[in-house]
Design a protein around this ligand. Structure first.
Ligand code: PXP
Length: 242
């Protein structure tokens, strides 16, 4: 048994369903509280520039009502930096963001955007938030995270989740190697994107990975089994993998 693996539940898509009708329900904050009660160790929410799911008010309510840590995902913009500095969430995960994309495609180019990110990482850290960089599992990006002084990286598992067979095994190896390299450099490793009951086990078994952030699948599956039950099942699968 290695160190316990934390589960961060991303509640963005509860807000997607709410916003589809412009109603007040389903309430993502209610989902967050329920997920925490069912065993989530933290809650993740992505405040996108176009506010397509999570809103500013949702973030304010999450900060006020959650008793587990909040991980705010955001693009590296001045507007988002101001919001993060004001709310001071436990963690801030900096992600790349394109308006046209359906979900976060690819990792942050921490190496290429070093000069933009350096003051941002410094200000967020000085303000008391743990900064995480959502990156591809590549040595070049981990090296940039080290130079930026980011305490955490979240490795993008999207490609691993899309592949099958030998190609998936090769991508898993790339993620495991990146996790080992980051941990060797003193960086805490998280992972996420596209994870489901069927593909989570090999990622959860990587010993250096300390947290998984999972959203879309859990919220979708909750339609059939209820959010509490699916969070508990994901927790159990993660625990069994360690
Ligand atoms: N981690 C990060 C940084 C993300 O941007 C997302 C998607 O919002 C996730 C994890 C969760 O991905 P999924 O919704 O596919 O589980």
């Amino acid at each position: 048994m290695t160190d316990v693996l934390r589960l961060g539940v991303n509640i963005d898509h509860v807000a997607t369903v709410r916003n589809a009708r412009g109603s007040g329900y389903p309430d993502p904050v209610r989902a967050a509280l329920l997920a925490a009660q069912a065993g989530a160790d933290g809650i993740t929410a992505h405040l996108r520039e176009d506010r397509r799911h999570i809103t500013d008010d949702d973030i304010a309510r999450l900060v006020a009502e959650l008793t587990v840590p909040l991980n705010l995902e955001m693009a590296a913009t001045d507007e988002m930096l101001g919001i993060a500095l004001r709310h001071r969430p436990h963690a801030v995960c900096i992600v790349p963001e394109k308006r046209e994309e359906r979900t976060t495609e690819g990792g942050l180019d921490a190496a290429g955007r070093f000069d933009l990110l350096a003051p941002m990482v410094e200000r967020l850290a000085a303000n008391g938030s743990r900064v995480s960089l959502f990156i591809e599992p590549e040595a070049r990006q981990i090296d940039a995270a080290v130079r930026l002084g980011a305490p955490v990286v979240e490795l993008h598992t999207g490609l691993y989740c899309e592949l099958a067979g030998e190609a998936q095994v090769a991508e898993l190896r790339r993620i495991a190697d990146a996790a080992a390299l980051a941990a060797k450099n003193g960086i805490e490793v998280h992972a996420g994107h596209g994870l489901t009951f069927d593909n989570v086990t090999p990622i959860a078994a990587i010993p250096q990975v300390r947290e998984l952030n999972i959203g879309h699948f859990l919220i979708g599956e909750a339609i059939f089994d209820g959010l509490g039950a699916v969070v508990q099942r994901m927790r159990a699968l993660m625990d069994e993998a360690r």
